[in-house]
Design a protein. Sequence first.
Length: 146
Amino acid sequence: MRPMRPMRRSPGRHCDRCDAPASTPVAVRALAGAGSSVHLRATAAAGSLMPWLESIGLILLLLVGWFWFDGFQSRAAAMRAARAACAADGLLLLDDTVALASVRLGRDDEGRLRLRRTYDFEYSDTGDNRRTAQLTLLGDQLIRNR
């Protein structure tokens, strides 16, 4: 068994237990026999785990951003569809808004997986009453208006 080296860190060195430069790959330090196997596994795991965590975090952040942006575009399409439906029947769209009721997965006519969003809105035929209606978008296309 080799005696332990003194615990000091040299500039540009990887750690206190081995004298390999920080730029030396972990596999090369392992072959050189620097430090114990537990130490090398810990440094290898720490070195390879961080980029994976950062990559997964970045991918999740991009997915959330895409979902948020797609939700805005879908809401705008639902507003256009609600306004057109009310104008076609001579009704008043109340509060000039639609509210997201549900989000599910659904398949379009070509078999592609899309987000199926259902929106609720209120309209009035006389101006004194409130009636609710619902419209469903599959992706950005209107598939049902009730």
